[in-house]
Design a binder for this molecule. Structure first.
Ligand code: CDP
Length: 217
């Protein structure tokens, strides 16, 4: 089977997940949400009440499996798709995701998942570290204010109340941590195409990316 890989990176709320899901569905790609995997490890670390910043306390990783399949995140076979979206996980995930022991395990697994078929993987370091030879690399961005508005709307749809100022501050803090960490920081790959979604609708962004895929496929 043909192997064609699209890497989509960008900061929180830039639209990576919703856009990747739609394109995957429309075009028959397998979508892999790598953020969901870091969230699942963070959830497990929180459940075990370890010191999240201490790499030595992540011994549970040896016996932990995280799988993202067809929109569902499994942590040791448990469907944790809802639990990984709580504020507690969101506000702690950057601490867990910066650790080498965590990234090494996730990256091996992500590379393995991209070996066959039409793959669309979204995250922070896909175009730079995980899949540097991807056939198409997209870097999605948007102004932090619009990203915070999107997050509030997403929460409202899920029945979760949110405070815009707090969400904006949390997004900025996570951007800062993700972009300034030592290992695999969030940054645009040299050969990635920048798409600023600030004043674009989801449809417009999807159409743009689909036309880029079609041009290369
Ligand atoms: O959906 P949202 O934009 O809020 O974030 P996400 O894609 O679910 O990613 C959650 C967090 O996981 C990020 O803030 C990063 O700290 C981390 N992450 C990462 O380090 N590397 C990736 N490839 C994907 C996510």
């Amino acid at each position: 089977m043909k192997n064609f890989v699209v890497a989509i990176d960008g900061p929180a709320g830039s639209g990576k997940s919703s856009i990747s899901k739609r394109i995957a569905k429309d075009r028959g790609f397998t979508h892999i949400d790598t953020g969901a995997m870091y969230r699942a490890i963070t959830l497990e670390a929180l459940r075990r009440k370890i010191n999240l910043a201490n790499e030595d306390e992540y011994t549970f990783l040896k016996n932990t499996s995280v799988i993202y399949k067809e929109g569902i995140t499994y942590l040791n076979s448990e469907d944790v798709s809802k639990q990984i979206r709580t504020r507690n996980v969101t506000n702690n995930v950057s601490t867990t995701a910066k650790l080498k022991v965590v990234r090494d395990k996730m990256v091996d697994f992500q590379r393995e998942s991209a070996k066959e078929g039409l793959i669309l993987m979204d995250g922070r370091d896909i175009g730079t570290v995980v899949l540097p030879n991807a056939d198409l690399k997209i870097f999605l961005t948007a102004d932090p204010e619009i990203r915070a508005i999107r997050r509030c709307k997403e929460n409202a749809l899920a029945g979760i109340e949110s405070d815009y100022e707090k969400i904006l501050a949390e997004i900025k803090e996570r951007d800062y941590k993700d972009s300034n960490r030592e290992i695999s920081p969030l940054k645009q790959a040299d050969d990635a195409i920048l798409v600023d979604t600030t004043s674009m609708s989801i449809e417009e962004v999807c159409n743009k990316i689909i036309s880029l895929i079609d041009a290369r496929l």
